[in-house]
Ligand binder design. Sequence first.
Ligand SMILES: [Zn+2]
Length: 215
Amino acid sequence: AGHTAEALNACWIDIWYDLVQRSHWSTDLAAVLSEEFSFGQPPSPEPDMSWWVKGPIKELLRNAGSKRDGLLLRLATLLGTPIDHALSSKLYCSRQDLAQLVADGIEVGGHGWKHRSLATINDDEQQKEISESRNLLDTIKAPEPRSFCYPNGSCNDGVETQVATGGFSTAFTVEPGFIEPGCNPYRLPRFMVHNRPADDPEWCAAFHQSTKELL
Ligand SMILES: [Zn+2]
């Protein structure tokens, strides 16, 4: 994706995570969120980290579209933690790093260009997201066949077609599950592992449910 170190801006979701980190889960952040964004009292990050990384604020930002930069800027100002413009180079691999991964035999796939939710944008914008992603893979000499991963899992039939004609042989959703014979290759399920302990209840529940369905 456009998640490379030379990107002018880090992806919005990474800016949000960075703001959360740098505000140190402060009570200020909780107050700002409940007052400015009407979220009520946010839960403590421990043990409910998922509210912070996947919950309503991520949803709000995900749906904010063109208003997103303004919202992030406002949050940053209210929190007194300016958006770090060097974030891209701190968080992401450079093209050279990615090319080295490919040379070392690691598969690198497509993930869009600006991490836009593909089902929510028009055909031309989808095409741009997918072709820029393919161009990046070309520059790092990623071999074919190539796989794609829908940002935020956002896809529909039109997006599927664009990805299929845009140079990708398979694509992953964010639905948990095993890949079985007969799966649509452009709607492959997967398990998100995250940085979780092996006995994380949410992860175990998703895994066991999928195993049951398979048996
Ligand atoms: Zn992503």
